[in-house]
Write a protein that binds this ligand. Structure first.
Ligand code: ATP
Ligand code: MG
Length: 233
């Protein structure tokens, strides 16, 4: 069977550091997120939000266990893990080439599949059908994605993750007001189009973004100090 079938994500006593002898930047974190849940992550600068995402992808030194869809991620090959959990960074990098090549570098998919992913990522609801400059699969992307806005790049990164059937999406929310609309489009597209079997974690800089999250995770100096519904906090 295809793994992961769900976005269930469990951490048990997760600790992390950037070098084997370095200080712990995450300390004994445990949580359980059910597939389909929306989780907002907040905490001061330096509290460990980005480190948490890196530790889920095993990009830094970790102790403890992480389970995705019931399987310990330590036993999963890194490529599979990194297609199953996608981080959408604040400033995503794209490849130069067409949008089609960015979404499907090995030409494995039909255009219809790629267009479905773009729709699910919210691209079409942000652009006018009759605009002659609208983005399509044939649009040329210059190095890194410099000819696209940051929000558009986030959407492309999201669409690529949808194509490869990622189950956990971690969105590093854009801080600038300009991207607020894109941000809310991404949030609502993910929820309505991808349904119950994916998990969306948003590192939030605006309370507005996470007030309707199912749960909010509060980090402080590398520790998980709250993990509950917004109403309970
Ligand atoms: P921000 O809101 O500013 O993005 P954050 O909550 O994402 O902050 P992290 O980047 O996870 O914070 O940082 C947590 C701790 O890890 C900090 O003490 C920081 O100094 C340390 N840290 C972050 N990146 C590195 C790195 N590449 N090498 C060593 N230590 C790092
Ligand atoms: Mg950060």
């Amino acid at each position: 069977a295809y793994w992961p079938a769900s976005g269930d994500l469990v951490a048990e006593n997760l600790s992390a550091r950037y070098s084997p002898e370095g200080p712990q930047v995450l300390k004994d974190i445990s949580f359980s997120i059910k597939s389909g849940e929306r989780v907002g992550v907040v905490g001061r600068t330096g509290s460990g939000k980005s480190s948490l995402t890196l530790s889920l992808l095993r990009c830094i030194f970790t102790e403890g266990n992480v389970y995705l869809d019931g399987r310990p991620t330590g036993a999963v090959n890194l490529d599979a893990l990194r297609s199953s959990i996608t981080i959408i960074p604040q400033v995503p990098e794209l490849l130069s080439g067409t949008l089609r090549e960015n979404l499907d570098p090995f030409s494995q998919y039909e255009d219809a599949t790629l267009n479905d992913a773009l729709r699910a990522a919210g691209l079409f609801s942000l652009q006018n059908k009759n605009d002659e400059n609208r983005i399509t699969l044939d649009t040329q992307i210059s190095g890194g994605g410099a000819n696209l806005s940051i929000g558009q790049r986030q959407i492309m990164t999201l669409a690529r993750a949808i194509v490869r059937r990622s189950k956990v999406f971690i969105l590093d929310e854009a801080t600038s007001a300009i991207d607020y609309k894109t941000d809310s489009v991404i949030q609502s597209s993910l929820r309505s189009e991808l349904g119950k079997d994916v998990t969306l974690i948003t590192i939030a800089h605006r309370l507005q973004t996470i007030m309707d999250a199912d749960k909010i995770m509060v980090l402080d100096a590398g520790r998980l100090v709250e993990f509950d519904s917004p109403a309970a906090l």
